[in-house]
Write a protein that binds this ligand. Structure first.
Ligand code: F0G
Length: 464
């Protein structure tokens, strides 16, 4: 299989290839990012996307049950008997008219792709099953990541469920929500808390894994992104193979948008879709490197020659001024997105835009998503907050078909949710107010009643 599948530098001017088994995840010639690349002329290609419907009747086969691996012909880097699945990807693409009303879109035009239904409660499992499969193919026995919480929860659960590897997790001290930290601890991961933030932790984990030969599962790992392509395949499946007009996704380390762009590029190249959707990435305003570079400074992929000097100058200024990412959407509290060049490529190919949303906008959107029946964590709600802006600006029209990706479950960050809905001003202030959130426009406050039957009945009759 190796000669038909390999790793390749994304920089078209370099194009160096690397063996499938390499775990450096950096181009040996130019230091650029790598893709998993396929010689499609020598691989079996499905004739149409409907082909995948056959898998539905064969759900007792774990590879066809998995919402990732049932599409494995579109990322054929592993033989079937090496694939490691824990049943990830049983997720939902739900039409949401309440959210459509909130963002100013017509009924029937907004869908939510709910990745919180994964075994570890976030989209990360789509990529982790793929990275884990590659790690197993090359015989790794330890795997590491830096994380704002979800990658670490996912790695921990795969290690615990399979007992094949030891998880080593780097997190920024105080930078991770309790839902996610509790998963790392509960599932037995070695949890290293660094006095710093995610950007510091990601630098360190790359050094440490190189020094100790530990397999790295951050999204710099191109096999992770192969698995994350399946989120787009499930959306197409849910829409009966019709391509939506827009995909809106929160942006942190920019792995998702990179994977989505690659998925659509390949589907189009293979003749499986007639056109691509457009992509919108939404940063948190307190962690908006991608927004600044793409929208304000005009940095583009430029056929593989992005303005590296401009990017470096921007990052250096952040370092010189010690500017730190700062948002309540802790999952995307990232200032140095490692997949930036791949994300630029994805936006060029699909015709993308980037927006930023404040914590206020994110939390209001989150409450409206919840009121509509799906619970997500703050970072995920950035997608809906961004969509609202793009419709107000007229970039997305109210009748276009849009899918917002809800990346993580509401239970990941209960503190933010409880503080938003709290009737206690001190609780609100401690968690949200002091970080710039002024009000909770859609709060659903608990009703305080004395422990008295008549009073309780009276309150219910009054409020319900
Ligand atoms: N949404 C959630 C819930 C996340 O956990 C992340 C990233 C993102 C969005 C951003 O995705 O990096 O592909 O742009 N979380 C990583 C982590 C960084 O460590 O769990 P991206």
């Amino acid at each position: 299989m190796t000669d038909r599948v390999f790793q390749r530098c994304i920089n078209p001017g370099c194009g160096a290839t690397v063996d499938l088994s390499s775990t450096d995840f950096r181009c040996p010639k130019c230091g650029g990012l790598l893709d998993v690349a396929y010689d499609w002329d020598r691989l079996p290609i499905p004739r149409s996307l409907q082909h995948f419907e056959q898998k539905w009747s064969d759900r007792h086969n774990p590879l066809n049950f998995s919402g990732v691996w049932r599409f494995r012909e579109l990322f054929p880097f592993a033989p079937d008997d090496r694939i490691l699945t824990i049943g990830e990807g049983q997720t939902l693409c739900q039409r949401s008219d309440p959210v459509a009303a909130y963002v100013g879109a017509k009924p029937g035009s907004v869908y939510l792709q709910y990745e919180g239904m994964n075994p570890s409660g976030s989209f990360k499992d789509n990529g982790m099953t793929a990275a884990f499969t590659h790690a197993r193919m090359i015989g790794a026995n330890r795997a590491a990541c830096a994380s704002t919480g979800n990658t670490s929860a996912s790695l921990a659960i795969y290690c615990a469920a399979t007992n094949l590897m030891r998880a080593v997790i780097f997190i920024g001290s105080g930078k991770i929500s309790y839902g996610k930290l509790s998963q790392a601890l509960e599932h037995g991961a070695l949890t290293v808390q660094i006095a710093g933030d995610f950007d510091d932790a990601l630098r360190r984990v790359q050094q440490v894994s190189r020094q100790l030969g530990i397999y790295l599962v951050n999204s710099i790992n191109p096999f992770r992104l192969e698995g994350q392509k399946s989120v787009m395949l499930r959306i197409l499946e849910a829409l009966r193979w019709q391509v939506p007009d827009w995909i809106v996704v929160p942006g942190g380390n920019l792995g998702n948008v990179s994977a989505f762009g690659k998925a659509f590029f390949e589907l189009k190249h293979l003749g499986l879709i007639p056109r691509t959707p457009r992509l919108a990435v939404v940063n948190a305003a307190g962690a908006d490197t991608f927004f600044q570079l793409y929208e304000k400074q005009g940095v583009r992929w430029n056929n593989g020659r992005p303005d590296h000097d401009r990017i470096e100058r921007y990052l250096k200024r952040m370092d010189d001024e010690d500017t730190r990412a700062d948002t309540l959407a802790s999952a995307i509290e990232i200032n140095r997105p490692v997949n930036l060049p791949k994300a630029l490529r994805a936006l060029e190919y699909c015709g993308g835009v980037v927006r930023e949303a404040t914590d206020q906008e994110i939390l209001d959107a989150k409450a409206q998503i919840g009121a509509g029946g799906l619970g997500c964590e703050p970072a995920s709600a950035a997608s809906v907050a961004g969509l609202k802006k793009l419709i107000a600006e007229g970039i997305i029209s109210s009748d276009e078909r849009v899918v917002c990706v809800l990346t993580g479950h509401v239970l990941k960050d209960p503190d933010a949710t409880v503080a938003y809905h709290s009737s206690d001003p001190e609780t609100f202030e401690a968690k949200l107010g002091k970080r710039g959130v002024k009000r909770a426009a859609f709060a659903n406050r608990a009703v305080q009643v004395p422990n008295d039957l008549d009073e309780i009945v009276k309150a219910i009759e009054y409020y319900a």
